[in-house]
Design a protein around this ligand. Structure first.
Ligand code: PXL
Length: 279
């Protein structure tokens, strides 16, 4: 019998606020993957709340990975998100190199969500050193999924706002592609009034993809993590980029619409649970 494909999910564990591992684990699981978490940090709740406990997990990661390396692991993908320290980038980068080196039936997908900030500002724990270190992971990725804030941080550019037309968005994704990842997905583009676009550029095919959904206001914390998790699962399941983008954007749209209708606090994230079965 074939075993369930494993995905190493390298991200923080935030107890409240639906983001990172608490989003990626259920989504990848329902899509048929065994999600193997490596926590980068442990938080009581994400950094969008006024107060939270934050414990960086860096010092434990080498020993954690050493245990994994004793086991016969064969990851179908490595999914990375929020880093707890700049040092983690080196450790995770070595782990990715190791996963790529292993003999396997299929080439592992290296999926890097460069979680650094939103709305023009870095998250409070994302120091300039972490922003720099994230470039290393981006250069090893097959797919990256920055929002516009993260795109500007990765490119050392001044924040250009969320409203971009197709020409400006294409220019930005091509610049991001020059950082080394094969496929660049740019999320959260305000394309025209009332619409939210997610787009992608595939370097090897020189192809540009564009998917739009009605924008749901407000924009919920962790919505990017939901989008990236569905996209990763969809690409792993063999969907082409256009279909994978459509599936991920539609899923976030439906769940966010429900969350807005229920009038739930933005910081609690997207109420996606009841939609999981459609994945
Ligand atoms: O959703 C991005 C994210 C991930 N992890 C932590 C965060 C945030 C956004 O605020 O605080 C800990």
């Amino acid at each position: 019998m074939k075993k369930t494909p494993q995905v190493a999910a390298i991200n923080d564990l935030s107890g409240l606020g639906r983001c990172s591992l608490t989003v990626t684990i259920p989504i990848l699981s329902v899509m048929g993957f065994q999600c193997c978490p490596l926590p980068t940090a442990i938080l009581s709740n994400h950094t969008g709340y006024e107060s939270y406990l934050f414990r960086d997990f860096t010092e434990h990661i080498p020993a954690y990975l050493a245990e994994w390396q004793k086991l016969d692991l064969d990851f179908a993908a490595v999914f990375t998100g929020f880093l707890g320290s700049a040092q983690q980038a080196d450790i995770v980068s070595n782990f990715i190199r190791e996963v790529k080196r292993r003999e396997s039936e299929t080439t592992p997908l290296i999926f890097v969500d460069p979680v650094l900030g939103d709305n023009g500002k870095p998250y409070i724990t994302c120091t300039p050193e972490i922003c720099q270190a994230m470039k290393k992971l981006v250069s090893q990725a097959d797919v990256i999924t920055p929002n516009i804030t993260e795109a500007c941080l990765l490119l050392d550019k001044e924040y250009c706002g969320e409203r971009l037309d197709e020409t400006a968005a294409l220019k930005l994704v091509k610049e991001l592609a020059s950082l080394g990842s094969g496929k660049v997905v740019l999320t959260g583009v305000r394309s025209k009034a009332g619409m939210l676009a997610n787009l992608a550029f595939d370097t090897s095919q020189n192809h540009f993809y564009w998917v739009e959904e009605p924008a749901v206001e407000p924009y919920y914390n962790g919505a990017g993590d939901v989008f990236a998790s569905v996209l990763c699962g969809s690409l792993l399941a063999g969907l082409d980029m256009q279909s994978a983008l459509e599936k991920s954007a539609f899923f976030v749209y439906l769940a966010a619409k429900d969350t807005a209708a229920a009038g739930l606090p933005v910081r609690e994230g997207v109420m996606f649970e009841k939609y999981l079965k459609m994945l």
